[in-house]
Ligand binder design. Structure first.
Ligand code: GLN
Length: 445
């Protein structure tokens, strides 16, 4: 591959669509390996040695990590070309990649520039769709940030089991929910990248010590006899009929290929996953962001006044509106006097939600639903949404994220306006293989 041409093309695409916060025009492929000269983009919240890494926030402008995240180190050692840092909602706070930090640009959907890429890994998904050469994106999901943009941009996005991929070098949004995953145009690239980045890491005590299967071999395994659980609320009211139809048609095709179908009710997930997720995610985010106070981490200002006045000034000047909202709500949910009513209750509900999924996996091998209830919305529509309506967009994705279950979005067609639709496949813990096996059958059709 001609590196200069690849970089030039990427810069051109970025000028039009703003997929990158930073392109490394000095990038070089290093040595030989299974990713020899494959172009890899990295979501901005994942540290790359020597490349400005800001998690999309002005408060981290100028920060150049002195180390690689484990996932980055692993792809690098396989010969990958790390091209740059992709755009995201500030610290991952959003579903449309419009909540970018102060001074950052909003990426535009590759199918329609008046629409969002989805979030929070919007740049990763948009560039995966648009790159005219082989490319794999390293992305991150806390509550749906891989499958949402993958579905809006018509690419494949896989979020693994919590702990499958080391979080070392990932800037925290909510530690108990954050996962590094991948996006690509083909299932072969997804399988290869997951094989490379998965595995136990002594630098991340939450990473799982479990064998990593040969995912590429599983892609070829027939799906005959696989039990598909259809999540009933996923095709119910509130889901765009064109999205439902595309997903139902795909399910029908899978049945024709030998899968058996079983209807799955997830009443707790349907009712409580969203509030439970937002309480826990914001509570964790508010503590994680506490370190960006202008003393040891993050932007600095002239030191004036007492500590409270100083850090209020720094955070007031450098954090965006959504980050401030989440710090306030998250702090409230953790405060003495409210903690039992909100944070602890949400933690208990989360345990119940995990139990509900575990019961579902006694009846089905994988669960399916649309990834998002609608296609990529227009920026003009997003502007009219209240914060609550923004959060509601994640109704289908927060469940598997709360339970730490592997899930993927695969493209299953387009609506009349030509916008892509994604189907989500969820697997039991550590069963990324099942998820990929089924997804590969969908992609081939
Ligand atoms: N939209 C969700 C949120 O705003 C998920 C974001 C993510 O997965 N990083 O929290």
């Amino acid at each position: 591959m001609e590196l200069q041409r690849v970089l030039k093309e990427a810069v051109g695409i970025n000028d039009e669509f703003h997929f990158f916060n930073l392109i490394d025009t000095r990038a070089k492929a290093q040595g030989k390996g299974r990713l020899s000269e494959v172009v890899i983009s990295v979501k901005d919240c994942i540290c790359v040695k020597g490349l400005e890494s800001t998690a999309g926030s002005a408060i981290l402008k100028g920060y150049k990590p002195v180390f690689d995240a484990t996932a980055v180190g692993k792809v690098r050692s396989e010969g990958a070309l790390i091209i740059g840092k992709t755009s995201q909602d500030e610290f991952g706070f959003g579903s449309f990649n419009v909540n970018v930090g102060i001074g950052f640009q909003v990426p535009l959907n590759p199918y329609d520039r008046e629409r969002a890429c989805g979030g929070s890994s919007g740049g990763a998904a948009g560039f995966t769709a648009k790159a005219p050469f082989r490319h794999i994106a390293l992305a991150e999901s806390t509550g749906g940030s891989i499958v949402c943009p993958a579905s809006f941009c018509g690419v494949i996005g896989l979020c693994p089991t919590y702990g499958r991929v080391s979080r070392y070098g990932l800037m925290d949004y909510a530690n108990s929910l954050d996962k590094i995953g991948v996006m690509a145009k083909t299932m072969e690239d997804i399988a290869l990248a997951m094989k490379i980045i998965s595995g136990c890491d002594p630098k991340d005590p939450t990473s799982l010590d479990a064998p990593v299967p040969d995912y590429a071999a599983l892609l070829k395994k027939p799906i005959t006899g696989m039990k598909l659980g259809i999540i009933s609320y996923g095709l119910g009211k509130g889901v765009d009929p064109e999205v439902s139809t595309a997903v139902k048609n795909t399910i029908k095709r899978l049945e024709d290929s030998g899968c058996t179908l079983v209807e799955i009710e997830l009443p707790l997930v349907e009712k409580y996953a969203l509030p439970c997720y937002y309480i826990l995610a914001m509570a964790e985010a508010s503590t994680n962001l506490a370190k960006y106070c202008g003393m040891r981490y993050g932007a600095q200002e002239n030191i004036e006044g007492n500590f409270n006045e100083y850090f209020s000034k720094v955070r007031g000047n450098y954090l965006g509106e959504e980050a401030k909202r989440r710090i306030m709500l998250g702090t409230f949910a953790r405060m003495a006097g409210f903690r039992d009513a909100y944070y602890l209750k949400a933690a208990k509900v989360r345990a119940k939600i995990i139990e509900e999924y575990k019961k579902a996996f006694e009846k089905a091998d994988v669960l399916v639903s649309p990834a998002m209830p609608f296609v990529a919305p227009k920026f003009s529509e997003i502007k009219r949404l209240t914060p609550m309506q923004n959060y509601l967009a994640d109704i289908l994705t927060v469940g598997p994220n709360l339970a730490g279950l592997p899930h993927i979005s695969v493209p299953v067609g387009k609506n009349k306006g030509g916008m892509p639709i994604g189907m989500m496949v969820i697997g039991n813990h550590l069963e990324e293989g099942n998820v990929m096996q089924l997804a590969s059958c969908v992609v081939e059709k």
